[in-house]
Structure formats: C-alpha cells, structure tokens
Unconditional design. Structure first.
Length: 485
C-alpha cells in the first residue's frame, strides 16, 4: 500500500515538472530576433568547464563558444603602473655609488626614491653592474646588507627591458626560492615596494596556508613568483605552474637550504627551468661552505662572485657582547637586561622549542609582555606575531633558529642569545637580525658551561678572540650604539 502511494506521488511530481519544462521551452524560444536572444549557431562548440548554464543530468557547468572565440594564445599583457612622482636630486658623495649612476628605468628609481634608498650598499654596488648585464651571480652577503634589493632591482630592470610577453596561465618569468615562509613573505613585500611603479604581477606561495587561496593567485601570467621549495613543487605537480619560459632564477639563503635538507627539492625545481644561458641565475648565501660552492658550479654559467665584506662575517655596525652566566642563572640575568636596557625591539634566541615555551611563560609571569616563535606554531599565529613585532605592539619575541632568517624587521635594538647555537654559522644569522640597513645594533650572548664548547669554533669563524665578562659589568648607559644610523 505504501509503495503504491509513493509511486503516485512520483508520477504526480514528474507530470508537474514536465509541464513546467514544456511551458518554459515554449516561452524561451523567441518568434523573432527582436523578442529575445537567438539560440546558439550550429557551429557552436560546447566546453564542459565554465559558464552560467548547468547540465541537469551531470550538474556540470557548460557554455557556448563560437570557433572564433575558442581558446588560444592571449596577447601580451601590458603592465598597468602608477603615475611616477617627481624626481628628487641625489647629491654625489665620496665613496658612495648612487642608484641613478646605473641608468636604471625611471619606475625603479622612483620606487627606490620613495624608500629613501639613495646610495647603494657595498653588495648592491658590486652586484648591479654584472647582474643588470645578464651575468650569473654568486653572492656572499650577510643579512641586512641589501642583497634582496640587489636581485629584485635586477629582476625588474631586465623584465622592463624585455617588455611584456604572451600571457599563459601559471607561467612564471622570474622565480625566487627561499628556505622559510617568513623569508618568502618578506621578499614578496619588498617586491611590492620596489616594483610599485612597474605594474608587474607578483605572487608568493608557501606551506602552512590555504592551498586554494594561493592557487587563485596563479591565474594568468606571473611576472615574479616567490616561494618555498615544497609548495612550489606541489603546484608544479598539479600543473598550476609552468617554468618552461622562466628567464631569471634566484636562490636566496642557499646555505640555509642545505642545512634544512631542501637541496633535492631545489634540484628538482631547477631541472624544470630553461638551461643557461637562456636562464640567468643569482645565488646568494651568508656563508659559502664547500657544499654550497659545489652546487653553484652545477647551476650557474661563468658566474661573477661577489663578497660584500670578504674578511668580515659580521658587520662592524653590530657590537658583540659575551657574558659568563651559568645555566641556572640565565633567567635572572635575562630579566636584569630586560629591565635595564633601552630598546625599541628585543629578539631572544634559544635552541629548543620546549625551552622557549618555558622561557616565554616565565617572562609573562614576571610581567614581561612577550610572545614566542617556533616551527610548530600555526602559520597564521606566526604571521600575527611577526606583524605585531614589526608594529612594535610586542617589543620582545623569543624564537628558535626557525626565525633567525625569517624575521626581517628594522629597529631590532638587541639580539640576545639565551643559548649559544650548536653551529657557529647560526650565530651569524641570529645577530644579523640587528644592525640592518645601515643602522647600528648590538648582541648579548650568555656563555654557560655548555655553550663554552662552541667558543673556539666561533672565534675561528669570526676571526677574533672572544672575551667574556660578567653581566654586572655591562654599561647600561651606553645605548647610543643601538638603533641609530
């Protein structure tokens, strides 16, 4: 009985639905062209990908396109740029090279002018003559020396000189590979600032964030793509990226890539790009160990080697202080410095994630406003902490080495090594967070019974004798060395 009742209901609704479809079809067909749209021509092609009309059975979107509107190569996209501001005169200065001396395009010069970058840093002065000419570059430069601006200026100058190219979805003209998400984001921000008048499309991709949102930024032609190796490979496997027409490759922080085990991934990405000399390659690293030099020989063609300060792994702008503190006295010594130092921002490094968690908790209990950064913290949380640190809403951040190359923020007055790093090279990267862009800075390192073992290796790397004193001997009145030009 129930089955018969169900059958009657189905027949009733089927009859009603058929009547509606018949009525709609009679109303939708115009009697003349003036009364409505004509049906699609017989030669129309159906593509089951896009369109406002939906197939009732398959539920797939379809639309009509005539043969003359079918897909094909698009015309080159002409960059839309902002109007240029008036030129400001930059006087000559003895021993300094001006950006206008390199005959750069006006779009780049005005952006550099807005950033108040009138004179080149040593690494920029040595790199730009060769990189703008198309030479491959191996650059040894510490953090904060201006190497990011050097390769971005090169990229924009060469893309502007070549002009627009035919547009292809996912195609990339310049690729910048960075080891960490924070560094990739920072390079992307610098790219927006330096290229603000060029009108090029820039994109950044990295792990830990919504893949679909990043995929949407890859539609159309991409002029400059910045990303981490894992996410770049992910999009290449899904055919969302195409490097067959890439013109420039930049590998930043190559030694960090080696330390983090990214070299196999980078090799795979490089194999997808055109071979030299069709591709210009720039290779930057804070240190140049033998393994990094060997990699540069396989990826670059007749490169020019640039060293910003060949005999100085640490810039003279950073004042280094070493204090003898036992493991059990470190926290009290840290509180002593936090309460007495005059600082704009303070960055503290420790070696282990569990240690920075306890350190952050204990500082907060002592009334210190601080946050922590480590690799296992959610990416959105990490970005929020970095932005709050940049805006000086949070003035103290405790971090592991995951942030030693990811925090690119001006105005870090002091870097405190709560623990000396296990590798001497990491000490260079840590204290490189201060003394950036021509500003002075200072570092404070606690040397405990465990950290003393690395002092000898550190002396060899720095090329100088390390003298330790006691925290009570620190001259807190000497704050003129931090944060000033």
């Amino acid at each position: 009985m129930i089955n018969k009742f169900k059958k009657k209901i189905r027949n009733f609704f089927a009859h009603i639905g058929g009547a509606k479809r018949t009525t709609a079809s009679l109303l939708d067909v115009p009697s003349s062209p003036a009364q409505g749209k004509l049906p699609p021509p017989e030669s129309a092609q159906i593509h089951q990908r896009k369109g406002p009309v939906q197939n009732r059975k398959t539920r797939r979107n379809i639309h009509y396109t005539s043969p003359e509107n079918s897909r094909g190569p698009k015309a080159p996209r002409v960059p839309k740029s902002l109007p240029l501001p008036p030129h400001e005169h930059v006087p000559e200065m003895e021993g300094k090279k001006r950006f206008i001396d390199f005959q750069l395009p006006d779009q780049i010069l005005r952006a550099v002018q807005d950033l108040k970058f009138n004179y080149c840093t040593p690494v920029q002065e040595k790199t730009l003559p060769f990189s703008i000419a198309g030479r491959d570059i191996v650059g040894k430069a510490q953090t904060g020396t201006g190497k990011t601006a050097a390769f971005l200026i090169t990229i924009f100058a060469r893309l502007l000189a070549k002009g627009p190219v035919p547009e292809k979805s996912g195609s990339c003209r310049a690729l910048v590979i960075a080891p960490t998400r924070e560094l990739a984001i920072q390079i992307s921000k610098d790219c927006e600032l330096i290229g603000k008048y060029c009108g090029f499309k820039n994109a950044v991709v990295f792990g830990g964030m919504d893949r679909r949102e990043q995929r949407a930024t890859l539609n159309g032609n991409i002029d400059i793509l910045v990303g981490t190796p894992g996410r770049i490979i992910d999009f290449c496997r899904s055919a969302s990226l195409d490097f067959s027409h890439a013109e420039i490759l930049v590998i930043d922080e190559a030694d960090r890539m080696l330390d983090m085990g990214f070299i196999p991934d980078v090799k795979r990405i490089v194999s997808w790009l055109p071979k030299p000399p069709e591709r210009q390659t720039m290779f930057f690293s804070a240190t140049l160990p033998e393994d990094v030099i060997r990699l540069s020989r396989t990826w670059l063609s007749d490169p020019e080697t640039i060293e910003s300060e060949p005999d100085k792994p640490v810039t003279d702008l950073i004042k280094q202080n070493f204090y003898t503190v036992s493991e059990g006295e470190k926290f009290d010594a840290l509180l002593h410095f936090i309460k007495n130092l005059k600082y704009e921002r303070l960055l503290i490094f420790s070696n282990r994630k569990d240690k920075i968690f306890r350190l952050t908790r204990n500082l907060q209990r002592a009334g210190v406003n601080c946050e922590m950064l480590s690799g296992d913290i959610d990416q959105k949380k990490r970005l929020k902490v970095i932005e709050q640190f940049r805006a000086a809403k949070i003035k103290i951040v405790i971090a592991t080495d995951v942030a030693s190359r990811g925090i690119h923020i001006d105005g870090v007055s002091y870097v405190i090594n709560y623990d000396l790093p296990d590798r001497p090279e990491d000490y260079i990267h840590r204290i490189g967070r201060t003394g950036r862009a021509g500003a002075k800075g200072a570092s404070i390192s606690f040397v405990c019974e465990y950290g003393a073992y690395i002092l000898r290796e550190l002396e060899v790397l720095l090329g100088q004798k390390i003298t330790c004193s006691f925290p009570e001997e620190h001259d807190f009145s000497d704050n003129s060395s931090c944060g000033n030009k």
